[in-house]
Structures are given as structure tokens and as C-alpha cells.
Ligand binder design. Sequence first.
Ligand code: IPE
Ligand code: IPE
Ligand code: MG
Length: 241
Amino acid sequence: MSSFKEKIDTTRLPKHIAIIMDGNGRWAKERGYDRIFGHQNGVTSVRETTETAAELGIEYLTLYAFSTENWSRPQAEVDALMELLIDTIEKETPTLTKNNVRLMAIGDLSRLPNNAGEKLQRCIAQTSQNTGLALVLALSYSSRWEITNAIKNICKEVIDGKCNIEDINDDLISSHLTTKSIPDPDLLIRTSGEIRISNFLLWQIAYTELYFTETHWPAFRKENLYQAISEFQQRDRRFGK
Ligand code: IPE
Ligand code: IPE
Ligand code: MG
């Protein structure tokens, strides 16, 4: 069986791939398990996707791991997700370094439990010198939260006389978002069949190619990523021109 990998033109890779990792709960329920089992299995997909992106030479991979709205899920599920986050970060740090991956995080990290925040910051510091793939975790993230903060900060700068209203443009707004050092995504993938954005990177995806697949996140493997990239390369990006 031929692989989608052979169809990929490695000279025209997306620089930044963002993924809404959805369908963990449904994947588990379909197999007669608790939703948490789906989250646990989703970690394998994170590992495989990160390795594949690093191997291909993708520069940025942003994974939507936990939204602002996800804090409203049942406490037991939130606790399990936070525990999984801590465990995974701790276990995976050596592998990230082995693969030259640099960890970054966007979102309202002050809302994470203390130990999760500390482990996260430690892994970010330990991998900060790595020069390969940047793995960006969106944690306690929502785009409206981010844009609201940016507006507050720009208003403050105007009031303090550090910036004129006339200076407010696309670039200035982008530079006040949590993604300020990160280029806009070229390709956004959402798994599990939902055709929506769910408050993810609303400003940044203005000209991003969108790709939706029925595959649930815990079943997402290398070949699924190759297929998405291969389809991306068949799109004609016109940017309104
Ligand atoms: C995605 O899977 C993981 C998170 C949002 C944390 P879900 O937990 O949303 O699973 P479904 O969509 O209910 O199947
Ligand atoms: C989006 O998935 C958030 C993450 C993948 C972290 P959700 O499952 O929370 O989104 P909705 O509720 O289907 O829109
Ligand atoms: Mg979901």
C-alpha cells in the first residue's frame, strides 16, 4: 500500500500546522470505556504527531489541548486531564530533547494548578535551546480571551502615550497576542468530524487552510498527518489576490 508520505513535496511544507485534537471522549465511549481512557490514548497521538512533524521538518506544531471553556467540564474530568498533563510533560521531556523539540505554551497558564504550571515551565526552560520543531501547547486557551487581553494592553499603551491610535494595525495587534513570536498557521486540522473552530486562533487563521477529518484524535496516526499535508499541497492559496 502506498503512503501519502510519498505524495508530499518536502520543499513546500506548511511552516506551521495547528490541530484541534477532538474526539477523545467519543473514541473511548465507542469502545465501552470511560472518557478519560480516550484522553490517555490521545497522548500516543500527540507523541506520534510530534515525532512525525519533527522528522518532516515542520517548524511549528500547535496543539489545542485544553480550552478556557473546558474548565466547565465535570471536575473529575478536569482533574484527570491536569494529571495527565503533568505526567506526560515529565515523561516526555527527554524525548523532546532527543528529537530537538522546543516546548512552548499559549493560554491563561495562571489558571493551571500550581504543580502543572511548574512542570510546564520547567520543561519549557529545559527545551528552550532546542532548534528543531517548536511544539506549542494551547492550554487554558481561548481566542476571545487572548484578543480581549490584547485590546486591554493596547488601550493601556495608548493611555500611557506609548502608542498612537493611528499606529494600531494588523502587525501591532498580532504582536500583542500570545502567539506573537509564531507565524500564522498554514494548515489547521480538526479531528472527529466537527466542522467548527471552538474559539481557537480566530485572528491567526484568517488565511489558513482548514482540514477536517472524521478520525477521532486517539486514532490519529502518521499516515493521517501525511494525508492532511498532501491535501494541503493541492490547495491553491490565493490570499485574496
Ligand atoms: C478532546 O476530546 C480533548 C479535550 C477537549 C480536552 P473531547 O474530550 O472533546 O472528546 P469528545 O469530543 O467529547 O469526543
Ligand atoms: C475543542 O474541543 C477544544 C480542544 C480540543 C481542546 P471541544 O470538544 O471542547 O469543543 P466543542 O465543545 O466540541 O466545540
Ligand atoms: Mg470534543
